[in-house]
Design a protein around this ligand. Structure first.
Ligand SMILES: NC(=O)c1ccc[n+]([C@@H]2O[C@H](COP(=O)([O-])OP(=O)(O)OC[C@H]3O[C@@H](n4cnc5c(N)ncnc54)[C@H](O)[C@@H]3O)[C@@H](O)[C@H]2O)c1
Length: 270
């Protein structure tokens, strides 16, 4: 059921790779709720071509941008304002990649060039998105900018490796830039810390199936799905959340505040 929550709003959605992607689900939901937006991803991801199906069903244009390139981001924001006919109301940063995780490097033997890539792609790129939007004066008043995070920013999940540092950076950038954007034109900046979700980025982490099941048993409401995350994101883009800013918002079925659960006790009982 649609509520017209984003009627007339214009946005940019980064990171839809395939139909499992959180960003893909957000695009479908935002379209259903009346938004118009452009879709962006790294040139290499666009070569897969999957995103064309999404673009068609959302009546959206696709603009290539490597989120680590300020030049690409400037061109993306300018083109998006042209296509959408005005300034932007919402941005979703749904981007993550670690070469160390991808190549199974142990945490005690990280490749530091790759570590810097992890930080640049998965953390610093959020600052680049924010700073580009800021310098181009691309955001409408009461706009909303979101990035997706994971609880490994606060707690150790051994296989999450250097992505944990990238997520800590991401969340810190949301707090710092949230201040400046609020003062500038009442734009809010937040991160949503999502449950483990079966996507390309998620399943790339070693032992993902196990910590997916673990989180599910440890969350009184169960893991939040990509579709449920899309619902939350759309609410955060809507006018009903105008005074929520500089927060890391847990969207995890209660996982972050659970010590142990009945399901876990049952599972561990011999
Ligand atoms: N899947 C999970 O378990 C989970 C849990 C919490 C948070 N998250 C976060 O959600 C976000 C979306 O991931 P997802 O799970 O939907 O997986 P996904 O693999 O579908 O999306 C990750 C996206 O990042 C894009 N990307 C990588 N490098 C890029 C670059 N240089 N420039 C632009 N885009 C680039 C990829 O092309 C891809 O579209 C990520 O930030 C991820 O860390 C995922």
């Amino acid at each position: 059921m649609a509520y017209n929550l984003l009627n007339g709003k214009k946005g940019i959605i980064f990171g839809a790779l395939d139909e499992r992607s959180i960003a893909w689900n957000v695009a479908l939901k935002a379209h259903e709720e009346g938004a118009s937006f452009t879709l962006s991803n790294a040139p290499i991801a666009l070569r897969m071509g999957e995103i064309n199906h999404l673009a068609k069903s959302c009546n959206a244009e696709i603009i290539a941008a490597d989120a680590t390139s300020v030049k690409d981001l400037e061109s993306l924001f300018k083109k998006s304002m042209e296509i959408l006919g005005g300034k932007i109301d919402f941005v979703l940063h749904s981007i993550g990649m670690s070469p160390n995780v991808r190549k199974n490097k142990p945490y005690g033997d990280l490749n530091y060039e790759w570590f810097q890539k992890t930080l640049d792609i998965s953390g610093l790129s959020f600052h680049k998105v924010l700073q580009t939007a800021d310098k181009l004066d691309a955001m409408n008043e009461w706009g909303s900018i979101l990035a997706l995070s994971y609880i490994a920013a606060q707690r150790t999940f051994p296989n999450y490796s250097d992505m944990a540092q990238a997520k800590a950076l991401l969340e810190s950038i949301a707090r710092s830039y949230g201040y400046f954007f609020a003062k500038k034109n009442k734009v809010r900046v937040n991160t949503i810390s999502q449950s483990p979700t079966m996507t390309t980025a998620g399943t790339g982490v070693g032992g993902f199936d196990i910590f997916f099941d673990y989180a599910n048993k440890m969350s009184p409401l169960g893991n939040a799905t990509a579709k449920e995350c899309a619902d939350y994101v759309v609410m955060m883009f809507s006018d009903f959340t105008r005074k929520v800013t500089m927060q890391n918002l847990m969207h995890d079925g209660g996982f972050s505040n659970s010590g142990i659960t009945g399901d876990m006790i049952k599972y561990l009982t011999k």
